[in-house]
Design a protein around this ligand. Structure first.
Ligand code: HEC
Length: 189
């Protein structure tokens, strides 16, 4: 989870977003495993990966890791609420996996962190959330994450619908912390 490496030492593809989970606290990784161990067994056979060239060459992932894998925080956080929001967004929520564009080698472009990206599923664009891109209040953002409703009573669509389903289960303080983090994102230069 933290290093993107299997027990045998093979590199995992970053489609499993260990690049984000690298920032997780050990105790939270342990809790996740405790939860997963309670899930019932599954008979369905595991399916092979479908990853395009050059990412299908697992050994090349070692070089990719040197280029892009780190567990540094991307945004500053100078209050406990912003720190909590940053942990939820940059680590557990892996929001940037969708909301940040990638460079030619598939690494996140940190200069455009959360500034919107092409939709990996093909259609349309994933919206940018930086100042000047999203003009919602912190309350609007927290309410969207809870209910899926935008301030003009549209509803979250695409993959964001699933994200909202999960975010709706968080404590209200956690949704407020995520909203505070989003509001603190600087404008795109
Ligand atoms: C799996 C991809 C994915 C992930 C992960 C994801 N989002 Fe989104 N997000 C989207 C898409 C797609 C939309 C556009 C939804 C729509 O058009 O209805 C969106 C829309 C939004 C919006 C509304 C912006 C607007 O202008 O309408 C906010 C706010 C938002 N996301 C915040 C977050 C936060 C915070 C996280 C992490 C907790 C997150 N997203 C994680 C894909 C994602």
């Amino acid at each position: 989870m933290l290093e993107g490496t299997s027990p045998e030492g093979a590199h995992y593809y970053p489609a499993f977003p260990w690049t984000t989970y690298a920032r997780m606290r050990d105790a939270d990784v342990a809790d996740l495993w405790t939860f997963m161990a309670t899930l019932p067994p599954q008979d369905r056979a595991d399916v092979p990966h479908e990853v395009g060239f050059p990412f299908n060459i697992r050994a090349s992932l070692g070089g990719w890791k040197l280029l892009f894998a780190d567990d540094d925080w991307v945004m500053p956080a100078d209050t406990p609420e912003l720190e909590r929001g940053r942990y939820l967004v940059e680590a557990l929520g892996h929001c940037a996996e969708c909301h940040t564009p990638r460079n030619a080698l598939g690494g996140p472009d940190k200069t455009l962190w959360m500034a919107g990206a092409p939709n990996p599923a093909g259609e349309g664009k994933i919206p940018g959330l930086r100042q000047g891109q999203l003009d919602w209040s912190a309350e609007d953002i927290a309410y969207y994450l809870e209910s899926g409703f935008t301030p003009d009573f549209d509803s979250a669509g695409g993959q964001m619908a699933e994200v909202v389903e999960n975010m709706s289960k968080l404590a209200p303080e956690d949704r407020a912390a995520i909203a505070a983090y989003v509001k603190a994102l600087p404008p795109v230069q």
